[in-house]
Design a protein around this ligand. Structure first.
Ligand code: PFF
Length: 451
């Protein structure tokens, strides 16, 4: 039998998984949520969520994948034969597939914005009205955003087609360090702007009254921890299955979460000082990066270069995540359905492109009025995955590990057969058994407006 592919080294595994975690979620979603939920107070609660829930769940998913040694669904069949727990893996795979159907569209926009910034579209004559119109006109243009989306999907497919070591691991090892360097350069530039300290205050000086003004703050923080760490969608299970046995999962999960969080905070350091310096609103919502920031680049010295760098950064972040999402589906088609990597990549990539067409068209007049449960295709896909699929999949995982799987076997997997005697492993089990299930149920009820 052909040997199953895997990561070549510890550093390769960490970089690929960190690449998956660091995505549009860190640089686009995190700053605008932070802006809407009052800044520093949200950051503190978010950090707590990463520690209490994110890290334990990441360790758990890695353990399931490594123990099972197969794709996100078959791994469950291996460790819990003749049960239905594999359905949670299947749900994660479905989530990854659906997420790609809209995430790729946003990723495509980042390519267009590289072109915009590089060709000096964001020059000194730009105004907030113009950047708004530019964004609206582009995303609703029909063909153009679809072309960019396809280019992005093509890149994603090319990397995944090349396999784990030569594709995903290599791409992450190259893209992630460049991304980090660009981020630091941009942060320094942003901190040099007049009035930058206001932005830093917003980011680091907590104001809990604005945080608690919104009822769902804590839940949004938890939901974003899931999103940002790529949990509940089979990614970490799949990557766990490519992880060498001697790797200490707790240490790896901490490294990845720390990197992911540092990058999100650094994105805040890039964005908020600039936003405050130019007198823009931090609570802009999803338009913060595509509508507000171009004004900043238009008005600042060196804006053409820094703007181009910013959107390159965003597209790299997106690419290291789309490859991990596609790998979840591809590995399922290989391990469970017996396809070759090449056909698995082509088939899943092709189907995802079709979904992308619908979500892209739903941003404009073509399909704007076509709604599912009152939402456009784009919003619907985002909603069902982030609020339902991820949570149900993660809930089933913790239920299985915390209450049905043999504790001894799980502990064996996360302690390197008893070598690791740290309290972290006990904490992981406690969190998996009690904290995470309770939090997910609450999150689910509130997120879906059931109370
Ligand atoms: N964790 C990545 C991000 O924050 O962008 C990738 C990702 C995870 C995207 C989960 C979408 C998602 F629902």
């Amino acid at each position: 039998m052909k040997k199953r592919q895997g990561f070549s080294s510890s550093i390769g595994m960490v970089m690929a998984t960190a690449g998956s975690a660091v995505g549009v979620g860190n640089i686009w979603r995190f700053p605008y949520i932070l802006g809407e939920y009052g800044g520093a107070a949200f950051l503190i609660v978010y950090l707590l969520m990463v520690m209490l829930i994110g890290i334990p769940l990441m360790v758990t998913e890695m353990a399931i994948g490594r123990r099972g040694g197969e794709d996100a669904s078959k791994s469950f069949k291996k460790i819990a034969p003749n049960t239905k727990w594999y359905l949670s893996g299947l749900l994660g795979i479905a989530a990854a597939f659906i997420i790609l159907g809209y995430y790729n569209v946003v990723a495509g926009w980042t390519l267009k914005y590289i072109v915009n910034a590089a060709t000096d579209v964001f020059n000194s004559s730009i105004t907030p009205d113009k950047t708004t119109a530019l964004f609206q006109n582009f995303v609703s243009a029909g063909l153009e955003p679809i072309v960019y989306t396809f280019i992005f999907m093509g890149l994603t497919m090319f990397i995944v087609y090349n396999g784990i070591e030569k594709g995903i691991e290599k791409a992450s090892k190259i893209l992630l360090p460049i991304l980090a360097i660009i981020l630091v350069v941009l942060a320094i530039r942003s901190l040099m702007l007049p009035g930058a300290s206001e932005g830093l205050k917003f980011l680091f000086k907590p104001n809990f009254s604005s945080f608690f003004e919104k009822k769902d703050s804590i839940l949004v923080a938890m939901g974003h921890a899931f999103y940002s760490l790529s949990l509940g969608m089979g990614i970490i299970i799949t990557f766990g299955s490519y992880t060498p046995k001697e790797e200490n999962l707790g240490k790896v999960a901490i490294k990845i979460s720390v990197m992911d969080t540092i990058i999100a905070v650094l994105a805040g350091v890039v964005i908020f000082p600039a936003v405050f310096s130019f007198g823009l609103e931090p609570s802009q919502g999803p338009g913060l990066v595509f509508i507000s920031l171009p004004n900043v680049f238009g008005g600042m010295y060196g804006g053409r270069i820094f703007g181009t760098l910013f959107f390159i950064l965003l597209s790299f972040a997106a690419l290291t995540s789309t490859i991990s999402l596609l790998e979840v589906v591809v590995s399922y088609l290989i391990d469970s359905k017996g396809l070759k990597r090449s056909s698995a990549t082509l088939i899943s990539g092709g189907l995802i492109c079709i979904i992308c067409v619908f979500s892209s068209l739903s941003m404009g007049s073509h399909l704007e009025n076509f709604t599912i449960f009152g939402k456009t295709v784009f919003d619907f896909l985002d909603y069902i995955t982030a609020n339902i699929f991820l949570l149900v999949a993660a809930f089933m995982e913790v239920l299985f590990i915390g209450w049905f799987y043999k504790k001894g076997e799980f502990m064996e997997e996360i302690t390197e057969f008893g070598i690791d005697k740290s309290n972290l492993t006990n904490f992981v089990y406690f969190s998996v058994r009690y904290v995470i299930p309770v939090m997910i149920v609450v999150l689910f009820i509130v997120n879906n407006g059931l109370i």
